[in-house]
Write a protein of this length. Sequence first.
Length: 329
Amino acid sequence: MRVGVTGANGFIGNHLVRFLLARGEAPVAFVQRGSDPRPLADLRGAIPQLEGDLLDPASLDRLAGACDVLVHLAAVNRYWAEDPAVFARVNVAGARNVAEACRRAGTRKLVHASSCITLGASDAPVPRGEDAPFNLGALSFAYAETKRAGEAEMERQAREHGLPVVIVHPTSAVGELDWGPTPIGKPVADIARGLWPVYVAGGACFIDVQDAVRGLWLALERGAPGRRYLLAGENLTNRAFMSLVAEVAGAARPRVKVPRACLAALAAGMEWAADHVTHRHPAVTRSMAALVGRYLWFDGRRAREELGFEPGPLRPAVERAVRWFRSRA
């Protein structure tokens, strides 16, 4: 089966392409013009790699025309951008363009990778499900807001035009080949180098990237159009996750808890400097600080029951991630 993958040179996309090849499927990689070619460099000539742009409908038509089904992974996944409008361009308009290209091509099924962040956060360590409301609108968190809007666009396309779309919500993926690195990969790399002696309150749900990719395949194979599925792994406090990474890396565990107020003040200063002076992603942003003390914990029961999705433990993914980041140091 010909499977189109947008964001194929991203963290999850890279793993998905390799998973499809191992299964004997025929992946078609769609990569953003001008983006980093290194993640797929060893596959050059082995698979079709189409350069294009989510804002260029003609390039998306070429992709959709070359595929039977499509997995849409491309997104701006970060906490800050020098040009904030990039979030809406890619995560909302880009999603709309992908949906419309699939409609024109008669794509058999589209799997749209949204994010667990669109299902909000809890003040207590209680897992949330696919029907949980988005409650982070007051944070001015452009990534979360635009991923929710992109998801809503996919739902509209399904409702009004019959688009055969399945929406998945991956939780925080961990593993090797994190070239970016992602917002989760960066702290893993830093903790492994002993650069994070502190921790913050709250928690998140973490999943092996290889399990996340299997979940995407199951959604493509078995997911019901119009249905949403959480790809949830282990729910851990931030301290427990940081301690696991430190233990695997042989680094000092974080022992000092950073007060929320201190982090908020630090974030405000760093984000101001990024906006007006450095024009580089700050180490801490206001939206990151606002999430401190909250829990991005999720329940993957629906994916287990309807897709047969059974994620494994997180530790092997952390071990592979630490080895990979060290190999590139």
